[in-house]
Design a protein around this ligand. Structure first.
Ligand code: ATP
Length: 304
């Protein structure tokens, strides 16, 4: 019991540290770098992925805690330059896939490969350079907007930062603030909305221009106009990349090359939107429910 208590307590300390110092997912990984068990193998190689590589999950099993498996024998491939979207109920294990690909944790069974390399045999630095993440809830640095965007590629020029912001459609907003790109954001500065923060994260990813991207869609609902616009920007950022999109709304996944439907840590269906609708299974049910929800929402608006 004591043995169990100490690590949990230790995790609690790390968690508080994260909560206090949290900037974003990348920073969180940096913080945990010191303490976590994932380490470079002594013979780890650098990943050289200039072009988008193929990513494979091969019989991946995973448990955060012993005795409570979360993923069971998951296999799928993201062909080079393609987008795979993952949908499923809350707790199905969708975000866990993203955490494993970024190697926040190591798989308990099976393996994940990038361009044929087991990611446990790659240096973490090169792995993280190759992957851009737009997390569910972007928490920004207490620094300038320019710094927050350029974090994706230190040394980026002002013109490059602005081009990324333009592509993420946040340039107009930034330019309208008195200090523009020099505006401080975060706790002690300008508070941005959830959508604006996501756009900053998208701009950062565009600037970083990694061959692999992971989008963990925000669960908190944006208004639908904003949501559609963000989806368009996400698609821009995923173009010609190997992309893993964790979707909480089915409207996000309609154009994905392949959709995985997850339930309780297993893939229960897979296919394109049209294929899955034709199958009349879980996805088709979820789609019908969401359409109904949309119709009800539309009726509410019409009635008000
Ligand atoms: P959502 O749609 O709500 O974001 P999800 O499908 O992304 O859910 P995950 O976040 O992958 O689900 O979580 C899968 C399961 O793993 C859940 O039961 C969750 O409680 C558990 N879990 C997630 N993170 C941890 C953790 N750090 N330690 C222990 N269990 C965890």
């Amino acid at each position: 019991m004591i043995q169990l208590y100490i690590p949990l307590n230790f995790l609690g300390v790390i968690y508080r540290e994260i909560k206090q110092a949290l900037t974003d997912l990348d920073k969180m990984f940096d913080l945990l770098e010191r303490e976590r068990e994932v380490r470079d193998a002594p013979d780890a190689q650098d990943l050289h992925a200039e072009a988008p590589p193929v990513v494979r999950f091969e019989n991946v099993g995973f448990a955060y805690e012993a005795g409570r498996p979360i993923l069971h024998g998951l296999s799928f491939e993201i062909p080079a330059g393609h987008t795979i979207a993952v949908v499923g109920p809350s707790g199905a294990g969708k975000s866990t896939l993203a955490r494993l690909l970024y190697r926040f944790y190591d798989v308990s069974e099976g393996r994940i490969t990038i361009a044929g390399h087991d990611i446990r045999q790659l240096t973490q630095a090169s792995l993280r350079r190759a992957i851009g993440i737009v997390p569910q809830d972007t928490v920004l640095f207490n620094d300038t907007v320019a710094y927050n965007i350029a974090y994706g590629r230190p040394g980026a020029t002002q013109a490059e930062i602005e081009a990324a912001a333009q592509a993420a459609r946040i340039h107009g907003f930034i330019a309208s603030t008195p200090k523009g790109y020099g505006t401080m954001v975060g706790e002690r500065g300008l508070k941005l909305s959830g959508g604006e923060k996501q756009r900053v994260a998208i701009a950062r990813t565009l600037l970083k221009n990694p061959p692999i991207v992971i989008f963990d869609e925000a669960t908190s609902a944006l208004d639908s106009a904003n949501e559609r616009a963000i989806q368009a920007e996400l698609q821009t950022a995923a173009r010609n990349k190997t992309a893993l999109v964790i979707a909480h709304r089915l409207s996000t996944v309609v154009d994905a090359d392949q959709i995985l439907v997850m339930e309780a840590g297993r893939i229960v269906e897979r296919g394109t939107h049209a294929e899955l609708l034709a199958r009349e299974g879980r996805y088709a049910q979820m789609w019908a429910l969401q359409q109904q929800g949309g119709a009800e929402a539309a009726a509410d608006v019409a009635a008000s």
